[in-house]
Design a protein around this ligand. Structure first.
Ligand code: SAH
Length: 394
């Protein structure tokens, strides 16, 4: 099936021949009249060869390609892509009674650019990042509920902050199917309240699952500081790992409350955990040296786009330097960057500079990345965003 046409300049078909799913606005030579935000379009090379079908949008990325042939972008298409995505999560061992939280669709990584779906038990939270996916939301919701064996009963649509506001789509966050049942999801046997109604992103950061499990392994007997704790994921794993003390810090009062709730949900009232509603930089300034021998730094993306790169690198260096100055001898630092604009080398260099500034002996124990439910499409390396280092500090 073909849609209204978009023709590219000569040579601009090359990246698409290598299955890169984006068409930049500058690559377009001409297009049919009347093509609007979110429309399905067919993309052609300068000499009229069909390259694929995708969603059109006004902006620098003008088309997000969903197919590299003439497959129709209909209900059958979405069912097929979602089924593949589900199979991958099953194959990776993520679908279990003791693990009900995972990302089912990770945009380009699941060949569905513009779409994110996180699953929390019987609820799927859908986020559209493109007008095309906004218009497809009902089809996506129906396909999710119909997914064989998935047990998805509720679909919450949450795109108020992810769609380009200039598109004037005025999305409303709401249930497309079902309604509220429970907000408790299970990750590796640990329970978490997930606030998809009011929380950040889809309510929980499933991308740190494997890295949290690694914190659990190192936590025994340690005094743990979990900076930028959000819902307390790392804290809860550190507690299960036998940490002596866990302190969680976040500048958001809501996040601190959620962290306390999640610790209580798993361990009841406990004096092993305390949460502080404070700025991370200020908190690090005030603590006694040597107070902590396991520190986790998982800040929000310091660079949301390329232009902010320089400042972001300064931010990572400052933050990590503060941690290196304070961490106890024999301490372990888990440090992350989720800025897509900062690459692995740049992040490592920022952390290296911080270590040198604090004059500590530092060794890299692990180099961390995003988990299998955030797969990187090999033709779309931009999909790699999460970087982490586990460091032994003497
Ligand atoms: N580690 C978390 C995710 C962190 S998201 C997890 O595993 O789920 C980043 C968090 O940093 C958010 O909760 C945000 O409220 C918090 N934050 C942002 N700026 C901050 C600052 N300057 N000091 C402390 N927390 C901050």
């Amino acid at each position: 099936m073909t849609y209204p046409s978009v023709y590219l300049h000569k040579g601009k078909e090359e990246s698409i021949a290598r299955f890169h799913p984006w068409v930049f606005s500058g690559a377009i030579a001409r297009k049919d009249d009347g093509i609007d935000e979110g429309d399905c379009v067919s993309v052609y090379s300068y000499d009229g060869r069909l390259l694929g079908n995708g969603h059109y949008q006004v902006g620098s990325i003008a088309v997000r390609l969903l197919t590299f042939d003439d497959t129709a972008l209909d209900a059958a298409f979405f069912t097929s892509r979602l089924t593949e995505a589900w199979r991958l999560r099953e194959a990776a061992g993520l679908v279990r009674d003791d693990n009900t939280a995972f990302r089912l669709v990770h945009g380009e990584g699941d060949f569905l650019p513009g779409l994110v779906v996180d699953v929390y038990g019987s609820t799927a939270v859908v986020q559209a990042h493109s007008p095309g996916m906004h218009f497809a939301r009902e089809i996506v919701a129906e396909a999710l509920v119909a997914l064989n064996g998935a047990g998805i009963e509720n679909v919450f649509y949450k795109s108020e902050t992810t769609l380009p506001f200039k598109a004037h789509l005025d999305p409303v966050n709401r249930y497309l199917v079902g309604g509220f049942t429970t907000d408790v999801a299970v990750e590796n046997g640990l329970q978490f309240h997930v606030d998809w109604l009011k929380g950040q992103k889809t309510g929980f950061f499933v991308d740190q699952r494997d890295n949290r499990a690694l914190v659990e392994k190192y936590a025994r007997g340690r005094n743990v500081l979990n900076m930028f704790c959000y819902t307390g994921g790392f804290s809860v794993y550190a507690m299960r790992g036998g940490a002596e003390q866990v302190h969680s810090v976040d500048s958001s009062t809501k996040a601190v409350r959620l962290t306390r709730q999640n610790v209580e949900l798993n361990f009841g009232e406990t004096e092993r955990h305390q949460a502080f509603d404070e700025d991370a930089f200020k908190f690090l300034d005030t603590i006694e040296p040597e107070a902590y021998d396991l520190i986790i730094l998982d800040p929000p993306a310091f660079a949301k786009h390329k232009k902010a790169l320089r400042n972001a690198l300064v931010g990572y260096r400052r933050l990590n330097a503060k941690a290196f100055e304070k961490i106890a001898k024999g301490g372990i630092l888990f440090t992350f960057s989720c800025s897509q604009a900062v690459n692995r080398e740049q992040f490592r260099l920022a952390v290296f500079s911080a270590a040198a500034q604090a004059r500590r002996r530092v060794r890299i124990l692990h180099q961390l990345t995003q988990p299998v439910d955030h797969p990187i499409n090999i033709y779309h390396p931009e999909g790699e965003y999460l970087k982490g280092l586990v460091l032994y500090v003497e």
